[in-house]
Design a protein around this ligand. Structure first.
Ligand SMILES: [Zn+2]
Length: 152
């Protein structure tokens, strides 16, 4: 199953900047979500290393009070290679967890009325987005499969 060919695979969730990233495009975003009221703050970064460092600082600062994440703004990353296995992904999907290729974690995708679709609970990427479909077997269907992988 050519599940992840369109994706850049992160090494254990630690991706490097994509080689084809635009030099002046801030490809990464650090997001802080207040656990209590859901308020969000974010800042964009050019490099993953800088974003990750800021995220770690904020994580320590807001320990237990906010969720901090680094979101890829440009491309989707597949799960780390240790987790790329159709059966493993299928099991997680069936338990309600989907791989989000933009915040690079297994997330729940609740229905969001303001998006009129199911979307990542953290970064709000809808479940019909190209790389979300590619990473999650229960979202595959013949139409998508044909479109994503050129026929089956
Ligand atoms: Zn996400």
């Amino acid at each position: 199953m050519p599940r992840s060919e369109p994706l850049m695979l992160g090494k254990d969730g630690e991706p490097v900047n994509p080689p084809f990233t635009y030099e002046r495009y801030e490809a990464w975003k650090v997001v802080v979500v207040n656990e209590r009221d859901g308020k969000r703050l974010s800042k964009k970064f050019f490099s993953y290393v800088a974003a990750k460092q800021k995220a770690q600082e904020l994580q320590e600062k807001f320990e237990g009070r906010a969720e901090v994440g680094v979101i890829s703004r440009q491309i989707g990353y597949g799960p780390p290679e240790s987790k790329v296995d159709d059966q493993h992904l299928l099991r997680l999907n069936e338990q309600g967890y989907y791989w989000c290729p933009y915040c690079r974690k297994f997330r729940e995708f609740p229905y969001l009325p303001w998006k009129d679709s199911r979307a990542c609970e953290f970064c709000f990427t809808p479940d019909h987005s190209f790389h979300v479909v590619a990473c999650n077997p229960t979202l595959w269907n013949p139409v998508h499969y044909k479109r994503v992988f050129g026929g089956a």
